[in-house]
Write a protein that binds this ligand. Structure first.
Ligand code: MRU
Length: 353
């Protein structure tokens, strides 16, 4: 049994009166922390994917809402509430698919409303306190997800993962990557196959970097190699994170996840999704309702400012796809492993609270 490291990467830090984040656009070449001192900075950092990954976006937005309201002169609860609605609407539009963003903003608003008799200054303090709570809770939840997933990992197995779901994408440890990390320290003898995750290369730039720091054995592959590896018998399970999971189990995650799930089914390989309850959206019945973000065409035409396609070539660049619930073997959450029939098991998870 290896030691669990307490110095795991902290991608988001509340530093006295402002936010500090690792600017992920510089990785893996350089680890650069940037300071976010107002809500406009936070909006830009989320939109430009300086911070990314569903839980990390939610945590950052929570602090962003505090930074926004802190600088406003509001006299009473009613004017503060109007501003909170306006600012959370603004932050909520920075990225549409990951529901954690809406979830975190909604949680803050609910807490404020429940305490509306407090003074405006006390409410401001409460908003910061709630953001810190969301952040600290996420660290504990991600650790729990990792520990809950360990039993699903066979000894000496190959694990394929897509995108980045580690400490960079969460408060700490990650979701799918937390399972991988905890399986590694439990001595399972794992080997990780990391999809590079075109076009934004979260796998190549970020997951490979995180796994290297944790000294977890891996190979980086291009996305198109996954099927061949499965055919060769090198993949025993696939595990990914999620941006939004709806009531029937349909799951939005990084573009390319659906292809991995189809390949896994074809090769009889279990396909797991690891996510906190804050990523589940029971207000939607099916994946058809999930808004899918489309990003700039140059993310596909260019790599690191170099054109790899003709300058004006038309591009379709959806950032996420939806994997049907029937392709998902189980969800790994902080409350345990959730199996089909998702139309029944997911809603009952939330009814229990
Ligand atoms: O566009 P990104 O990099 O924010 O997308 C990230 C993903 O799709 C992750 O798999 C998901 O947010 C889960 S992160 C724990």
């Amino acid at each position: 049994m290896k030691e669990e490291s307490s110095d795991a990467i902290q991608a988001i830090i509340w530093d006295d009166d402002h936010l500090k984040i690792i600017d992920q656009t510089y990785l893996p070449a350089r680890t650069v922390y940037i300071e976010l001192k107002d809500i406009g900075h936070v909006w830009e950092a989320i939109r430009k994917m300086r911070v990314r990954g569903a839980p990390a976006i939610g945590i950052t937005a929570a602090y962003g809402l505090y930074l926004g309201i802190r600088q406003l002169e509001v006299r009473d609860f009613d004017s503060m509430w109007l501003e909170l609605e306006r600012l959370s609407e603004y932050l909520g539009q920075s990225r549409p698919t990951a529901v954690n963003l809406q979830w975190a903003l909604g949680r803050i608003k609910k807490t404020v409303y429940a305490n509306k008799e407090l003074s405006v200054n006390d409410l401001k303090d409460l908003i910061l306190k709630t953001a810190v709570t969301i952040h600290e809770e996420d660290k504990r939840i991600c650790r729990r997800i990792g520990l809950n997933g360990v039993d699903l990992v066979p000894k000496n197995c190959g694990i394929l993962t897509h995108c980045n779901t580690g400490s960079l994408a969460t408060g700490q440890y990650g979701t799918a990557l937390s399972v991988i990390y905890h399986a590694f320290i439990a001595g399972k003898g794992i080997h990780v196959w990391v999809d590079e995750t075109r076009p934004y290369l979260q796998g190549a730039r970020l997951t490979a970097w995180e796994l290297q720091q944790a000294k977890i054995p891996m190979h980086l592959i291009t996305d198109s190699m996954a099927g061949y590896l499965m055919k060769l018998g090198k993949v025993d399970m696939a595990i990914v994170g999620a941006d939004r999971i709806v009531a029937n189990g349909d799951t939005a995650n990084k573009i390319g996840t659906y292809s991995v799930a189809v390949l896994a089914r074809q090769h009889n390989i279990p396909f797991y999704v690891a996510a906190p309850l804050s990523t589940f959206d029971m207000s939607m019945k099916s994946g058809d309702e999930i808004p899918i973000e489309e990003r700039d065409a140059d993310e596909v035409r260019m790599i690191r400012n170099q054109h790899i396609a003709p300058e004006k070539v038309p591009v379709f660049n959806p950032a996420f796809d939806v994997t049907p619930g029937e392709l998902i073997t189980a969800f790994i959450t902080e409350k345990g492993i959730i199996k089909p029939d998702y139309n029944k098991t997911l809603p009952s998870l939330f009814e229990k609270g």
